[in-house]
Design a protein around this ligand. Sequence first.
Ligand SMILES: [Zn+2]
Length: 240
Amino acid sequence: MEIVAVPAFSDNYLWLVYDPASGETAVVDPGDAAPVLAAAEARGWRITTILNTHWHPDHTGGNLAVKAATGAIVYGPAGEADRIPGLDHPLGDSDRVSLGAQEAEVIAVPGHTLGHIAYWFAGDGVAFVGDTMFAMGCGRLFEGTPEQMHKSLRRLAALPEETALYCAHEYTLSNARFAAQAFPDDLAIAERLTVVEEARAAGRPTVPTDVAAERATNPFLRARDVDEFAKLRLAKDHFR
Ligand SMILES: [Zn+2]
C-alpha cells in the first residue's frame, strides 16, 4: 500500500492509504476534508473508506464532507459511536476491516479517550495509532486511567518490531526534549533527540516511527509499573 501524509491544522497528520491492486483508498482521521480531498484528487485516488481512531474533532471533523463528496464508508470505535459523525460500522477489539485485499485488525487502546482504537495492517507491517502512541511520547489522558494507557502502549509495543507506527501529530521534538530531561544519561534518547532536532530544523516530518525505535527510546515504555507511568505522564503534562 502507498501512504501519504496530509498535514492539517498546526501539527496533525491525516493519512491517505492507497491500495494499488483494488484502487481503494482510505483516509485515517480526516479532521479536515478539504486538504484530504485535494490530496486524493491530485493523485487520481478515490476515497472509499474513512477510518477513525477516536472522536476528537481534529480527527473526525471532515467525516461528513468526505463522505458526501466520495460516498466513503465510515468505520470507527463502537465505544464512541454517538460522537463519530456519519459512522456506518462501529468497531471493537479484534474486529477486522478490509481495504481491497489488505486487512486491518482493530486493537482497542483506551486512555487518551475511552473508545480509542488502532488499525494494524499486519500484512504490510503498518499500524495507525491515532493519539495513543507518538514518536517518543504518548497521548494525554483526557478520559482514561493511567492503567488503561499503560496497557494500551504495551500492546502497541508488542507488535513486530519492524511495524511502522503512523501517529496523528508531529509532537516528536517536544517529546524528545522531555525524554532527554527524564532520562539524562540515556545515549539512545540523546542520539535520537539530535536526529529529531535536525529533521525538524530542515522541515522534515519525524512520523512514521516504528516499534523498534519506540522500544528503544520512548520514555513511557520505560515505566516499570503503572505508578511510574502515571508520574511520567504527569511530568510531561507540565513540561515546557
Ligand atoms: Zn485526540
